[in-house]
Design a protein around this ligand. Structure first.
Ligand SMILES: [Zn+2]
Length: 610
């Protein structure tokens, strides 16, 4: 899962990192509830492999009778379920020590099995679609147990009319590597081939730019450092702008072609159809954010004032507005603070968080070979596990509560839904984690009198809001425009895209920003434009979380119950219906307006402290 990513200072203290076998057991996660040992895992892996070889035999019989349909559905789901356990065990074991060759080899075996399993069951969805709604309804009336799968059938049947003949689908899926080429080429250039120039860091040392270093240098308190990094960084993208335009426009062409061949009006319609989200959610987001751009303009002015700059440029948008509070947060203290902040969710929620902490569901500290970053991961039959690389600071406390939000969502869904509805869609996933972060922000602000601390928390909140709601919507707006442009057969050259990008950027940031020419080419370096209408969900999720946290923090029991009900819902209904029952109608602009009101209020608070 995506997690908080507030970058720390450039200089990191070098400390020795332990080997995996030196980490105290109580700081590691306990995977024995999944499989008691590697032996048990290997036995189940073999058994799933065997079952995968014969699952094909179930093809072609579901239309015979209601009992046959029930039997086939149960067996296919059950095999997937067993595979998931094998998968999660091998991937968690591998992530804590990627230098362990055995774990690596097991992981590769499991992944290969996953490919085989999906090939061996590729007939399942098309056969359901062929059966059709009338016949399925008829079977359900004869065999009531089938009604437990009613929504599963609906989710598959929604693709009726969008699936081509077996022959045609085979041709398209055979070309999937070719369709992925634009993203692959972009990512190769971006991560392997680009050679960036050298710039001076704050200490006057010459350092070679990279994507990572660029974002750190933009947080420098020295405007000259930021300016030089910004100018030199974009020289590389300018040099390759025609190639990068060809790559991006090819991505657009692929998405438009896929949509057209599958009988969708647009690439956006197809992408949103897959997640059962009406397109109005996207349009409402873009319109409401546009209506509230004066708030972003005000934020730009506030930045300019606090940073005491005579001119504000795009390279001044990432400097922290407040100093890091020099306070240590150990893991032990952070657990306590998290539990206190989450009291507002009620005793049941807190009880399960306590369970997470007491039963080693978290792998806490960094060790050699451990995967970086943080995530929450698990499947229907397992505990939700959290991977951390703990450091004693406030950002890590935020990471802990963020990932715990995901874990509680997984826990509640798997304990309240049958297997087929136990997971949840990406559209609702980040809402649970971000709501927790918002609750922590409310809690910390209410429980500190230290004005430096308050300034820091408020400015981090505002920065997160700007980076998520405004910036991701700006991306979504541009993404939509290039796809429309492509769909209408209009040109997508570097110059055309740069002109449009600059126009949108100027609209978003307003007159207070000096519009440097370099920013026009920013589109060429954004990986999100290769994600096929994905980014808008960051913005809608943040907006929904802001509104939900507000309702929860008010202590209203109905709101809290409605929220817990969302966590329990899994995928038992459409994401929109689930969020509606939680108290947020995402087809309406109100939830976003409420989030903007919060943004505005927190800007007032910060201004009054400065
Ligand atoms: Zn997340």
């Amino acid at each position: 899962m995506q997690s908080k990513n507030w970058k720390r200072g450039i200089i990191m203290t070098v400390k020795s990192i332990p080997n995996r076998d030196q980490v105290p057991e109580n700081l590691t996660w306990d995977l024995t509830p999944i499989f008691s040992d590697d032996q048990a895992f290997l036995a189940e892996l073999d058994s799933v492999k065997e079952a995968t070889k014969t699952i094909n035999q179930l093809s072609g019989i579901m239309s015979n009778s209601a009992d046959d349909l029930l039997n086939v559905v149960k067996k296919v789901l059950n095999l997937n379920r067993r595979y998931e356990n094998v998968y999660v065990y091998s991937h968690l074991s591998n992530d804590v020590d990627t230098s362990n060759n055995d774990a690596q080899a097991r992981m590769e075996q499991v992944e290969a099995l996953g490919t085989k399993l999906s090939e061996a069951t590729a007939w399942f969805d098309p056969e359901i679609i062929n059966l059709g709604k009338t016949k399925i309804d008829n079977f359900i009336s004869k065999q009531p147990k089938l009604s437990e799968y009613d929504r599963l059938f609906k989710m598959i049947l929604k693709d009726e009319g969008h699936v081509l003949s077996v022959e045609a689908e085979k041709l398209l899926s055979g070309a999937s590597n070719i369709f992925n080429a634009p993203e692959k080429i972009f990512s190769m250039m971006d991560s392997a081939d680009f050679v960036f120039p050298e710039v001076k860091d704050d200490q006057g040392n010459l350092v070679r730019l990279s994507n990572g270093l660029y974002s750190l240098l933009l947080q420098s308190t020295n405007q000259n450092t930021r300016k030089e990094a910004f100018r030199k960084f974009y020289t590389v993208f300018n040099q390759f702008k025609h190639t990068l335009a060809a790559t991006l426009s090819s991505e657009v062409a692929v998405n438009n072609y896929q949509a057209q061949t599958h009988h969708f009006n647009s690439a956006r319609e197809q992408a949103m159809h897959e997640n059962e989200i009406p397109e109005s959610v996207f349009d409402t987001l873009v319109k409401t954010v546009n209506d509230n751009l004066p708030l972003l303009h005000r934020y730009v002015s506030l930045r300019k004032k606090i940073l005491n700059l005579s001119e504000m440029h795009m390279y001044d948008m990432y400097v922290p507005l407040a100093k890091d509070p020099d306070v240590k947060y150990t893991f032990a203290e952070s657990k306590k603070i998290m539990l206190q902040a989450l009291q507002i969710m009620g005793p049941d929620y807190v009880k399960h968080v306590q369970e997470e902490l007491d039963n080693r569901w978290i792998d806490v500290v960094e060790n050699k070979g451990k995967r970086t970053g943080a995530y929450s991961s698990g499947v229907y039959d397992t505990n939700p596990y959290i991977l951390l690389n703990w450091q004693d600071n406030l950002d890590n406390l935020y990471t802990l509560i963020h990932e715990t939000g995901h874990s509680m969502h997984s826990f509640y869904s798997s304990h309240n839904q049958p297997y087929q509805y136990g997971n949840y869609s990406i559209f609702v996933a980040e809402i649970a984690s971000t709501t927790n972060e918002n609750i922590l922000t409310d809690y910390l602000l209410a429980n500190t009198n230290d004005s430096e601390m308050k300034k820091y928390i408020l400015s981090q909140y505002l920065e997160g809001f700007k980076g998520t709601i405004f910036r991701q919507t700006q991306f979504a707006e541009f993404e939509n425009w290039i796809h429309e442009q492509g769909r209408l057969g209009k040109s997508l050259t570097a110059d055309v895209m740069s002109k449009k990008y600059k126009e949108i950027n100027e609209k978003y940031y307003g007159d207070e920003i000096v519009s440097d020419p370099e920013i026009a080419i920013e589109w060429s370096r954004i990986p999100h434009f290769y994600y096929d209408f994905y980014v808008y969900q960051y913005a809608t999720g943040f907006g929904a979380a802001s509104t939900l946290a507000e309702k929860i923090s008010s202590g209203n029991q109905n709101s809290i119950d409605a929220y817990l009900n969302y966590l329990k819902s899994g995928s038992s209904d459409t994401p929109i219906n689930i969020m509606k029952r939680a108290g947020v109608d995402m087809t309406n602009s109100q939830y976003l307006e409420a989030a903007f009101a919060k943004f505005s209020q927190r800007m007032d608070e910060l201004e009054s402290l400065i």
